[in-house]
Write a protein that binds this ligand. Structure first.
Ligand SMILES: C[S@@+](CC[C@H](N)C(=O)[O-])C[C@H]1O[C@@H](n2cnc3c(N)ncnc32)[C@H](O)[C@@H]1O
Length: 418
C-alpha cells in the first residue's frame, strides 16, 4: 500500500539525483563563496533565513516569522544561544545549520554544546557535514538540526554544561581512501584499509615504534605499519579473526616480511590491556560502532554487488563491545578502556581513533564529540582530526524527499596525545 505522508513533512524540493549528491556528510568545494551556492541549492525552500550568506539574507525577515531553513555561523557560546533561540521560533519541520570554523573555541567543545542545547530545546540532531575548501586547504563543519516543535518555547539553557578540553591542534590531513580489501579481509564485516593506515604512518612519521591496536580484527594495522619498522601488539576477541590473520599474510605474501614485527593476543581488551608489559608509543585502532552491525539494514559496508560479505557482526560474546545496545554504556566502556591504555603509554605517545558517526535506533549520534569529551576527561590532549574520505562508498537517497538522512562517507581519525 502506498504510504501517506503529512505534506508538511516534505522537506526538500530537489530532484532525487541532486538529493543523493548533497545528502552526504562530505562536500568538497573550491571556496567559501561556492558554499553559499551549494547551501542555496540544498536548503532553499520557500522561506530561508540566515546570518551567514548574503544571498540568503536578502529577504531580511522580521524576527517572529516562521522559517523553513536557517544557517548560522557560530563561534562562541553566546552566538550558539542566540541562534538556538531563533531556531526554536522557526517553522515546524525546518532545518538548521550551524556553521563552525572550528569545533573548539577557547578550549570549549562547541560541537557538543550545540548538540546539548538543541536537544534540551527539542531539536533533533541530524548529523555533521564536513566542507573541504580546496583552494584554502581548510574546512568548515555544518551541524544539522531538525525542528519538529509545534510550540515556540525556548528553554532556559543555564543548565547546559560547557566542556572544557585540552586542545593543541596539530596538522590535519584529508586522506582519500584506497579501499582495496583482499579476499580474506572481506571475511571481516568492517576492516579498515591498510593502505590508509600506511598513508597515516607516512604523514605522521610513525616509525620504529611500538603500536597497540586493542581491536585488531583481521590484522590490518600490522599490514599498514610494519614497513616502517614498527612493532604492533594487537588484541582481538574473536578467535576466528585471529586465526585468519596468518592466512591473510600468506595470501598477501607478507609472512616473512612481518615476522617478528607483531604479537597477537586473543582476548578481551578490557582485561588484556592491563597485562601489557611494553611501553606503547602509538595506538591506532577502529573500535566497534556500538551495535550498528546488528541494525536491521545490516551495517554500512557493501561490495560492488551491494551485498555484505562474510559474517554480519563480530560475535555473540558478552565481552564484545559491538554487542552493547545502549549508546551511553558503549561510551562508558570505551572510556574505561582508553583510561587503562593511557597507563601503558609513554609521555608524548599518541592515540589515533578511527571512527565515523553513526545512528543508534535511527538517531544520529555525535560520536566524534563524545569521544573527544571522554578522552579529555581522562587527561588526553586533543590534537585535531584527520579524515579518511571514502568516495568509493555506495550512496543512497535515504529519506528522500521527507527527511534528510546523511550518507556517512568519511571516517574521523581523531588524534590524542598523552
Ligand atoms: C571495527 S573492527 C576492527 C577492524 C580492524 N581495524 C581491521 O581492519 O580488521 C572491531 C573489532 O573489535 C573486536 N572486539 C569487539 N569487542 C572486543 C573486545 N572487548 N576486546 C577485543 N576485541 C574486541 C571485534 O571482534 C572486531 O573485530
Amino acid at each position: 500500500m502506498e504510504k501517506k505522508y503529512d505534506e508538511r513533512n516534505k522537506v526538500n524540493y530537489l530532484d532525487g539525483k541532486s538529493w543523493i549528491r548533497t545528502a552526504i556528510n562530505f562536500w568538497e568545494i573550491e571556496n567559501i563563496e561556492n558554499l553559499e551556492k551549494k547551501m542555496i541549492e540544498f536548503v532553499y525552500k520557500k522561506r530561508v533565513s540566515g546570518e551567514v550568506f548574503s544571498n540568503l539574507t536578502k529577504e531580511n525577515k522580521p524576527e517572529d516569522i516562521e522559517y523553513d531553513a536557517t544557517i548560522f555561523k557560530v563561534n562562541s557560546i553566546e552566538e550558539i544561544k542566540n541562534a538556538t533561540k531563533k531556531i526554536v521560533n522557526s517553522g515546524y519541520n525546518s532545518y538548521h545549520y550551524f556553521v563552525l570554523n572550528n569545533i573548539i573555541e577557547n578550549n570549549i567543545l562547541l560541537s557538543k554544546y550545540i548538540v546539548d542545547i538543541c536537544h534540551l530545546n527539542g531539536l533533533e540532531y541530524r548529523g555533521r557535514i564536513i566542507v573541504y575548501l580546496k583552494n584554502e586547504n581548510t574546512y568548515v563543519t555544518l551541524q544539522l538540526f531538525l525542528n519538529r516543535l509545534e510550540e515556540k518555547n525556548f528553554k532556559d539553557i543555564k543548565s547546559i554544561k560547557k566542556y572544557e578540553i585540552l586542545y593543541n591542534q596539530k596538522e590535519e590531513h584529508f586522506i582519500y581512501s584506497k579501499s582495496k580489501i583482499d579476499k580474506i579481509g572481506l571475511k571481516h564485516p568492517a576492516p579498515f584499509s591498510y593502505n590508509d593506515i600506511e598513508e597515516l604512518c607516512n604523514l605522521e612519521n610513525i616509525e620504529n615504534s611500538t603500536i597497540l591496536d586493542p581491536f585488531l580484527g583481521i590484522g590490518s594495522t600490522i599490514i599498514g605499519t610494519y614497513t616502517k619498522n614498527n612493532y604492533t601488539i594487537g588484541i582481538e576477541l574473536n578467535k576466528e579473526y585471529v586465526d585468519l590473520i596468518p592466512e591473510r599474510f600468506k595470501l598477501l605474501e607478507l609472512t616473512d616480511k612481518t615476522e617478528g614485527r607483531y604479537e597477537i593476543i586473543n582476548g578481551d581488551s578490557l582485561k588484556e590491556v592491563k597485562k601489557i608489559k611494553h611501553k606503547v608509543e602509538y595506538v591506532i585502532t577502529s573500535p566497534p560502532y556500538c551495535n550498528i552491525l546488528k541494525n536491521e539494514n545490516k551495517g554500512v559496508r557493501h561490495d560492488n554487488t551491494q551485498t555484505r560479505q562474510g559474517v554480519e557482526f563480530y560475535s555473540n560474546s558478552n565481552e564484545d563491545i559491538g554487542n552493547i545496545d545502549d549508546y551511553d554504556e558503549y561510551i562508558k566502556t570505551m572510556k574505561k578502556l582508553f583510561k587503562d591504555i593511557k597507563t601503558k603509554m609513554s609521555p608524548g605517545g599518541k592515540v589515533y581513533i578511527v571512527i565515523s558517526d553513526f545512528t543508534v535506533d535511527k538517531k544520529e549520534k555525535d560520536v566524534h564529540s563524545d569521544v573527544i569529551k571522554f578522552m579529555c576527561e581522562d587527561g588526553f590532549c586533543y590534537n585535531g582530526t584527520s579524515y579518511f574520505i571514502q568516495n568509493q562508498k555506495s550512496i543512497y537517497p535515504f529519506g528522500y524527499p521527507y527527511k534528510i538522512v546523511l550518507n556517512h562517507i568519511f571516517q574521523y581519525v581523531m588524534c590524542f596525545e598523552v
